[in-house]
Design a protein around this ligand. Structure first.
Ligand code: MRU
Length: 347
């Protein structure tokens, strides 16, 4: 099932807010539809929002009306700003928009229809390249998974969050396909429940054995020696290996460190931000308090209850056993500037 699909000058997005109960696609004909879908988490996960934003940029070129005041360049700049402002933490979003702008700069003197064509091809290129990288990450990552491993994962890092295979969950899928008989503990991931709603659904579809736990059960599992390794994704990785991921990831890293359990992070190079030295500089998205006050449509506390709702936390590199990327398995000491270039994906 496609998470993102370009069809007849439209971007179709599988609406992840309705999963696992309803499978419905949103139709985006305007770049603002894409920006809204990203803000509302209808499309989510760092690689997936990068790809959606790239298609959004291509849509902006289609939306542009010649002769209606303003240049295409100004229009695309505005569209990129609006798309980029939707979610601050995942760097993939900004990386993809920069890639699109770079392509635009090389073709901007061509006829409008040709520019549109180039931008659409560039967005499709980002989409297919990311999928290829995820397959490489999965191969590298699977080499770290022992037979019969009991894996604890967090949030959703599968096909739904990416170009179509997954990062951390892509590794699990590949290990499963290789006959490694893995079992997965899925943490529900409050407040938006990406684990319960999306990861459980993906694992169920793939026939991979799993058990859902509430987030506060992880410590119990470690104490019972039931976790062989932790595997998570990332939204932004600083040059020193510190990384941001879904709020609650740091808790698991501390638990894993205390229990001498390997803690792995899987991400494509589009998640690596070489412009920042440490995780201190990663902007953390604060989301609507209602996400904490509600579970689904049910209010679980006092109406208007004061709430704190950071959507991500930062885990220091000291707690990371290895970072798995398309370039291989990176172990400490992390010096990502030596391995990656600012342009990111090497095609
Ligand atoms: O708020 P979300 O659902 O977009 O958060 C997603 C995550 O935190 C994922 O773990 C991360 O993007 C990696 S996805 C391969």
């Amino acid at each position: 099932m496609d998470v993102l699909r370009w069809e007849k000058r439209q971007l179709l997005l599988l609406d992840q807010t309705l999963l696992p109960h309803r499978i419905e696609y949103l139709t985006c004909t305007h770049y603002r539809d894409v920006a809204e879908a990203i803000s509302l988490l209808q499309v989510r996960g760092a690689p997936a929002i990068g790809i959606a934003a790239a298609y959004g940029y291509a849509l902006a070129a289609l939306n542009y009306q010649e002769g209606k005041g303003g240049t295409l360049e100004d229009y695309l700049k505005k569209a990129a700003e609006e798309l980029g402002d939707t979610r601050p933490t995942a760097v993939n979003l900004h990386w993809a928009l920069e890639q699109m702008n770079r392509v635009y700069q090389t073709v901007k003197d061509k006829a409008l229809d040709e520019v549109r064509e180039y931008l659409l091809e560039a967005a499709k290129g980002i989409h297919t390249d990311e999928l290829r990288l995820e397959e490489r990450i999965a191969e590298f990552g699977s080499s770290l998974i022992p037979k019969g491993a009991r894996i604890l994962t967090y949030c959703n890092t599968g096909a739904l969050a990416t170009a179509g295979w997954g990062t951390a969950l892509g590794i699990v899928r590949t290990a499963h396909e290789q006959g490694k008989e893995v079992k997965v503990y899925v943490s529900e991931t409050r407040p938006v429940l990406q684990g319960a709603r999306l990861t459980a659904w993906e694992l169920h579809q793939a026939g991979i054995p799993y058990k859902l736990i509430t987030d506060n059960m992880a410590g119990y599992l470690f104490r019972q020696n039931k976790v062989d390794l932790v595997l998570v994704g990332a939204d932004r990785i600083a040059a020193n290996g510190d990384f941001a991921n879904k709020i609650g990831t740091y808790n698991l890293a501390v638990l894993a460190g205390f229990h001498n359990c390997p803690f792995y992070v899987a991400a494509p190079s589009s998640t690596i931000d070489l412009d920042i030295d440490t995780g201190e500089e990663i902007p953390i998205e604060m989301r609507d308090p209602q996400e904490v006050r509600m579970v689904g449509s049910q209010l679980i506390t006092i109406e208007g209850c004061p709430v704190l709702n950071p959507s991500f936390d930062v885990t220091p590199h000291q707690l990371v056993t290895a970072i798995i990327t398309e370039k291989g398995i990176i172990k400490p000491p992390y010096d990502l500037v030596k391995i990656f270039t600012k342009e990111g994906v090497s095609r």
